[in-house]
Ligand binder design. Structure first.
Ligand code: GLU
Length: 487
């Protein structure tokens, strides 16, 4: 299948558009097809500098290399590749004009001289009468000779699509199923603006045809444009592509996911430190349901299992908690050495001793089970590189069933247990055995002992397990921290 992603460079790439692009990319991969990147910059006034670069950066980060179209070359310059170019609409304006002329000649389009003021008045009247806002076709009635004269005189005008009002436009959406629109509800869309520039609708249809796109995947917000596009395909005598409109992304309160509710720019998610594996896994599950309990998917698994049939039409709730859970799961999957290599420079900035620490791999492994984002690492490992002192406030913790009165006794037991282990036999097993032995005669619960040990050694409420930390810290340091507590 030939699919495409056709963003307009009018600002940041919305996270929902990244998902749309991903679905189109997945369909191309699944069918050994081609994924094209086309830049829809017909609206020059809304263009934002740097938007194309940003789109390409995000796609590259996500691992979605376009097979054709606009892309970065090895040196990072933006180039176009492929046999269906140019892929930037502003380079195709002459082409759109030629096709618009054809529509005019064939009677599928007409010239409209109505001024913005007149259109405004018309709209106001329609509003008052509670009619749908629609061009009233004043200029369709004009005498052809008069039209000629006005054109020759250089009067400003646009070109409008002549919608067959008596027809019903029906098609089968790959997600919404069979849909039909009455012709009389479709507005006579402007195709060429008065400056001769094409509108999105004309350029989009001409390009999807000339670029031989088989499947258009786009956001639900374009659903109402599709009848206009289908009318254009028919007017040109072209076979339209298949359309799949993907559901909106919603906030947990089911309102439309928008900028006001937090970050929706794809690049903000990258900046926050999400792994591409995690973000793309999460996005795939927004609107698509694998039909099984599986939640973690590699890209290869997604290419295999993804189908349009399993995308539902109702809005997909953007659940950040789920995203963070998926992120955590993907952090655990990183090979231990790679994980240590990724966090070591971050930890070293704060704790230079980490640079030559022979136990770094072991320490990193302890937090890999708990971390969500790489930048959390320095803080999580800080207790290994500093000499913190635990406070009573931390240690006496009702959730751990440890009261202030218990603490001195527990600390005493722990010190004796640690001291009973020979320096040379300091292993996790030895620590477990010593603590078990101490526990037997204490009348305390194991959880109480382990909490005090862990809190005293790490001085943190959330930290790796007590035995593992004690083992890595070593006998001397462990003892020092237990004794240091000023109680
Ligand atoms: N340029 C449109 C956008 O920015 C593309 C819509 C489509 O895929 O047809 O979303």
């Amino acid at each position: 299948m030939r699919t495409r992603f056709a963003p307009s460079p009018t600002g940041f790439l919305h996270i929902g558009n990244l998902r749309t692009a991903f679905f189109a990319w997945l369909m191309a991969r699944k069918t050994n097809g081609s994924f094209a990147l086309r830049i829809e910059d017909t609206d020059r006034a809304r263009e934002v500098t740097g938007a194309v670069e940003s789109i390409l950066r995000v796609l590259a980060w996500a691992g979605m290399k376009p097979d054709e179209g606009v892309m970065p070359d090895d040196a990072g310059n933006i180039v176009e590749k492929g046999s269906h170019g140019p892929y930037i609409q502003s380079k195709r304006f002459d082409l759109y004009r030629t096709y618009a002329d054809q529509l005019l000649k064939d009677g599928h389009a007409y010239r409209c001289f109505c001024t913005p003021e007149r259109l405004d008045e018309m709209r106001k009247k329609q509003e008052k009468l509670r009619q749908a806002p629609m061009y009233d076709r004043t200029c369709l009635e004009l005498d052809p000779a008069e039209v000629e004269k006005r054109v020759a005189a250089g009067e400003k005008h646009v070109l409008r699509l002549k919608v067959p009002r008596e027809e019903t436009i029906a098609y089968e959406d790959k997600i919404y199923g069979p849909l039909s629109f009455k012709g009389h509800t479709v507005d006579d869309q402007v195709l060429l603006k008065s400056d001769g520039f094409p509108t999105y609708h004309l350029a989009n249809v001409v390009d999807d045809h000339l670029m031989e796109i088989d499947l258009v995947i786009r956001g639900e917000e374009w659903l109402s444009s599709t009848p206009k596009h289908l009318i254009l395909f028919k007017a040109f005598g072209w076979r339209p592509p298949q359309y799949a409109h993907v559901p909106l992304l919603l906030n947990p309160d089911r309102s439309k996911l928008s900028k006001r509710q937090g970050d929706v720019a794809a690049e903000d998610f990258i900046k926050k430190g999400y792994l591409p594996e995690a973000l793309m896994n999460f996005l795939a599950l927004l609107g698509w349901n694998p039909g099984t309990e599986q939640e973690l998917f590699t890209i290869t698994e997604l290419i295999e299992s993804f189908t349009l049939e399993r995308i539902h039409k109702s809005g997909a709730v953007f659940d950040l908690k789920k995203l963070d859970w998926i992120q955590g799961q993907w952090m655990r999957k990183i090979p231990a050495q790679d994980f240590a290599d990724r966090i070591r420079p971050l930890v070293t900035v704060k704790y230079p001793d980490a640079a030559n620490d022979s136990k770094f791999l072991q320490k990193a492994a302890l937090i890999q089970e708990r971390i969500t984002f790489f930048p959390e690492a320095p803080d999580m490992l800080g207790f290994f590189y500093t000499e913190p002192t635990a406070t009573m406030e931390l240690i006496a913790n009702p959730k751990q069933k440890v009261t202030e009165a218990d603490v001195p006794k527990i600390l005493g037991i722990l010190k004796t247990a640690v001291e009973s282990i020979d320096e040379k036999k300091w292993t996790k097993d030895a620590i477990v055995t010593a603590i078990d032995a101490a526990l037997a005669s204490s009348g305390l619960k194991k959880g109480q002992l382990l909490w005090v040990l862990r809190a005293s050694l790490t001085c943190r409420a959330y930290s790796p397990g007590a035995y593992e930390v004690a083992e890595i810290l070593g006998r001397e340091k462990a003892l020092l921290r237990l004794k240091k507590i000023g109680i």
